[in-house]
Design a protein around this ligand. Structure first.
Ligand code: NA7
Length: 539
């Protein structure tokens, strides 16, 4: 973008150069489309570009996470850990960008401010923060589900004079914690990873916890070359297993109900899962563990016991053990020595349910009972999830309708891929799409392949406009809520239920994901495509 006056013109604009944007670019380029990716950051990687905080790593097994579409990539790339860390994950994104020469079709440092549909031309016009513009027939959002970081609504949040970082906007330079008094606010998946790593070198660490989360061990380990060769030989089998799995993970739910076995057998099964790496305990548990209260109570009681055994101080354990939700009903942070951090003499937990933060000032944090001085404050306060990144763009559809208004009470979509009133806007890993609960690259591949085939179909038919019918959108949205209603997670405040106390209009529970599972979602998409893209109006 060199000429401020010129409007760049493309067949398709992709917003975001994370994994979904990169793969979409490759597919459309292969189809002969003139496609441009616009990315706010200075390079590729999305989540792995922005989240550089210490301890950031996969919770999915690395060898289930990487893209499966290219035999060459599978052959050439080696993972060095079963749960790879952010630096390697970003190297992987760069490897893909280099291998497929993606950067020549990406404009970096381009943050989209607005996107408006022009009905007469069947085109989207995108406006960037610096005032430049671009136009294309198709607007494909590859924004990522967790890419709009939120700061806490605390008086004086901008007054602190020391170092201060949000985990999701971590600086590119090294950050030292040695001999420093460091505060971390937030104990979600990011906070748990960061706290554990920072505690290894920090002078003194104070964790401000509002809601404790259920955490179970990650059990990461290195992958030696011989093991990587064995993994490589099994890739087809691994991806087939992921494909059949509800969340495209390697861990498949046990076919038994929790009550099908004796208490002793149940305990032994829990022990076995707890000793396994990754999401085994969460995703590989009894089939009713996340839908039946009694089954969930049993797994919750087991994890409670495990946490207690790891803490020296049982009063501290009372604070770190969640009491307002069962295990697995919010996103489970996986940990590598998290609870042991609180046994360190230089780590303090402040329970904000007892002593809330009153304000942040130039030197630290004031709670209802004392003032803490800090050299550094880290905000691990999460994201305006799933729809937040859309809300930060002023998106105007047909007849001047704003996407923000349409989604004010929660998302309405068709397949989580298109919105009635917003023709030719395709929302990769969007709300009400199976991708939210998914080992995400597995679902990215499905989403991108679907969108690519749709655009190819339209090109062959000479069609220039695709839009969900109101009926198809309503039926899908009802289906999303109906499948979601079976989950205990629907009864809990979390980013999955769209609650974020730091964002106006996000206080009421909705539902952001699709709980029918990736296989069912894929089947549905395939049926729709086979029926000539049923539910979409193609013109
Ligand atoms: P999360 O999971 O949304 O966690 C954010 C944390 O920050 C959570 O513990 C919040 O407590 C806490 N928070 C937010 N605002 C405040 C204020 N004002 N005061 C105190 N504490 C606050 O985000 P993450 O980045 O950890 O993880 C996001 C996802 O990334 C994760 O699930 C993975 O899928 C990857 P609360 O629970 O709201 O009481």
């Amino acid at each position: 973008m060199t000429n401020a006056a010129a409007v760049e013109r493309w067949d398709a604009i992709v917003v975001g150069a994370g994994l979904s944007g990169m793969y979409q670019l490759l597919k459309l380029r292969q189809m002969g489309f003139k496609v441009r990716v616009y990315e706010a950051g200075s390079d590729v990687g999305g989540t792995w570009y922005w989240n550089r905080y210490p301890g950031c790593r996969f919770d999915s097994e690395s060898w289930t996470y990487g893209f499966s579409f290219s035999e060459e990539v599978l052959k050439e790339w080696s993972w060095s850990e079963h749960f790879s860390g952010q630096p390697d994950n970003l190297r992987y994104c760069n490897f893909l960008a280099d291998k497929f020469d993606l950067r020549r079709d990406i404009t970096f440092g381009a943050r989209v401010k607005a996107a408006a549909w022009h009905d007469a031309a069947d085109e989207w016009e995108v406006t960037f923060e610096d005032g430049r513009r671009a136009r294309a027939r198709f607007l494909i959002t590859a924004l990522g589900p967790l890419s709009a970081p939120t700061m806490p609504v605390i008086p004086g949040a901008g007054d602190f004079k020391g170092e201060s970082f949000h985990t999701g906007l971590w600086p590119h330079h090294p950050v030292s914690f040695e001999n420093k008094r460091v505060a971390v606010i937030g104990t979600g998946a990011s906070g748990v990873q960061a706290i554990t790593e920072i505690a290894k070198t920090v002078g003194h660490l104070t964790v401000f916890q509002r809601t404790p989360n259920w955490c179970t061990p990650l059990r990461n380990s290195r992958i030696e070359p011989a093991e990587m060769a064995a993994i490589r030989a099994r890739y087809a089998e691994i991806f087939a297993q992921c494909r059949d799995n509800w969340g495209c993970f390697i861990h498949t739910a046990d076919p038994r109900h929790a009550t099908d076995v004796t208490p002793e057998e149940r305990e032994a099964f829990f022990e076995k899962l707890y000793a396994m790496p990754g999401f085994a305990f969460w995703q590989g548990n009894f089939r009713d563990a996340l839908t039946d209260q009694a089954a969930n109570d049993a797994m919750t009681a087991f994890v409670t016991k495990k946490i207690r055994a790891r803490l020296n101080d049982q009063k501290l354990a009372d604070k770190l053990i969640p009491t307002n939700h069962g295990y697995g009903t919010r996103r489970v942070p996986l940990e590598s020595g998290y609870f042991e951090v609180y046994n360190q003499p230089n780590v303090k937990l402040v329970d904000l349910r007892e002593t809330p933060i009153e304000r942040i000032d130039a030197t630290g944090i004031r709670t209802s009972d004392t003032h803490y001085d800090f050299d550094m404050i880290i905000f691990a306060t999460g994201f305006d999830a799933i729809t937040g990144a859309f809300d930060r763009i002023d998106i105007t559809g047909r007849g001047g309708r704003k996407l923000r208004d349409k989604w004010a009470d929660g998302p309405h979509t068709y397949l989580g891929l298109n919105v009635e009133g917003f023709p030719n806007m395709l929302t990769l890993v969007g709300p009400h799409n199976a991708a939210t609960f998914c080992n995400i690259p597995r679902c990215i591949e499905q989403n991108v392949d679907f969108v690519t085939a749709l655009l190819d179909h339209m090109r062959h038919k000479g069609q220039t406009r695709v839009e969900a019918t109101p009926e198809a959108e309503e039926t899908w949205t009802e289906h999303v809520y109906e499948t979601g209603s079976k989950l205990l997670a629907m009864q809990v405040d979390s980013w999955i239920t769209g609650v974020n106390k730091n964002v106006a209009g996000r206080q009421k529970r909705t539902f952001m994901a699709y709980a029918g599972g990736a296989p069912k979602y894929r089947q549905k998409c395939e049926e729709i495509a086979a029926n000539g893209y049923e539910g979409f109006r193609l013109q």
